[in-house]
Write a protein that binds this ligand. Structure first.
Ligand code: 13P
Length: 258
């Protein structure tokens, strides 16, 4: 039996009112579908819309997470949010090291390592993102780039169980472009990530969730999620429509029992 995590990264979309509407629509579809406990569903709104989303998915089993956090528990860090604050509002997960944070906010593996540890310390599941640019892929550096992001970003991280940490493989060239990796390209990188995770975390690596992200949509979900080392998706554009998000959840639900 396979398990999946289907996560929506809402990026900088939705006011609290929009998040309430979208959260409600997602919860309604989730209630209608009633996927088994082998499929977890998560939405990650902007900070200020987290509360509205939480209020509107109550009772549906849909989890709510954040898109970023600081690594300190408190202090003079204007504009930042600490992991314990996310925990206090009800977040279960936090996305760390999305390529947009790496690219536009100069977040390095060393900084992301601190964030991963801070989230783990609070008992929030980090979704640690890795992925190569188009140039890196064209220069055949994909596996090396991803390996370095994992080794440096997860330095000195120790885990008691596989469920404490999620990895998302998001090829930068596939994000928001409509151009997804092929299922074979995704599987190749996911398998390499899996084998490194087994080295880094001998007690947990085999069972950790590795999500695929990059133009994942209802049309390609079945093919990509069918691959053995793909345990779900981190979805941008298609997560902003309740119907397309629910269609991907339904695909995972089908695969979880097949
Ligand atoms: P798209 O699904 O819009 O390509 O975005 C993927 C992503 O960046 C999710 O974090």
């Amino acid at each position: 039996m396979r398990q999946f995590l289907i996560a929506g990264n809402w990026k900088m979309h939705t006011t609290p009112a929009d998040a309430a509407t979208l959260g409600k629509a997602i919860a309604e579809r989730q209630n209608a579908l009633k996927p088994s406990s082998r499929v977890q569903t998560l939405i990650c709104p902007p900070y200020i819309s987290i509360h509205a989303a939480l209020e509107n998915v109550k009772g549906s089993g849909v989890l709510v997470g954040a898109q970023n956090c600081h690594f300190e528990p408190k202090g003079a860090f204007t504009g930042e949010i600490a992991p314990n604050m996310l925990k206090a509002i009800g977040c279960t997960h936090v996305i760390i090291g999305h390529s947009e944070r790496r690219q536009y906010f100069s977040e390095t593996n060393a900084l992301l390592n601190k964030k991963v540890k801070a989230a783990l310390h609070e008992g929030i599941v980090p979704i640690y993102c890795v992925g190569e640019t188009l140039t890196e892929r064209q220069q055949d550096q994909t596996l090396q780039v991803v390996r370095t992001q994992l080794i440096d970003g997860l330095l000195d991280v120790s885990l008691q169980s596989a469920s404490q940490l999620v990895i998302a493989y998001e090829p930068v060239w596939a994000i928001g472009t409509g151009l997804s990796a092929t299922a074979e390209q995704a599987q190749e990188v996911h398998a390499a990530i899996r084998s490194l995770l087994k080295e880094l975390f001998p007690n947990a690596g085999a069972d950790m969730f590795i999500l695929y992200g990059g133009s994942l949509k209802p049309e390609n979900a079945d093919e990509i999620l069918s691959k053995p080392d793909v345990n779900g998706g981190l979805i941008g554009g298609a997560a902003l429509q309740a119907d397309s998000f629910a269609a991907i959840v339904a695909t995972a639900a089908k695969l979880s029992v097949s």
